[in-house]
Design a protein around this ligand. Sequence first.
Ligand code: THU
Length: 120
Amino acid sequence: MTDRELYERAVEAAANAYAPYSNFHVGAALLLRDGRVVTGANVENASYPLGVCAERAALSRAVAEGVKPGEVEAIGITASPCGGCRQWLLEFRLDRVAFMHEGELLVRTPAELVPDSFEL
Ligand code: THU
């Protein structure tokens, strides 16, 4: 699957976002190394800080299915990932992060998105 195709899966997932407060629908699609695709969408809450980003929803779903760091090849996202999600993507050691930014599909590594990163 190409990064563009993965991004298109994220666009489909964004249709399921629960975002009544911001009206900003985000979708994410993970490509696992075994070829499976796991999607996520943002889920907001009346208590605003409790909302979950699409990337973290997708990663949490994958982990619940047994996925471990190193087993995700790439992610497609309909928006530029926030700082917290960048740190999550770093943790799972993806090869590529493909996201739409100002009308262009950018492809970066997690390390490029979080330079000089914190590690334990
Ligand atoms: N959002 C994401 O789902 N992912 C990001 O990386 C950026 C922000 C969501 C959170 C919130 O529901 C909405 O976009 C507006 O911030």
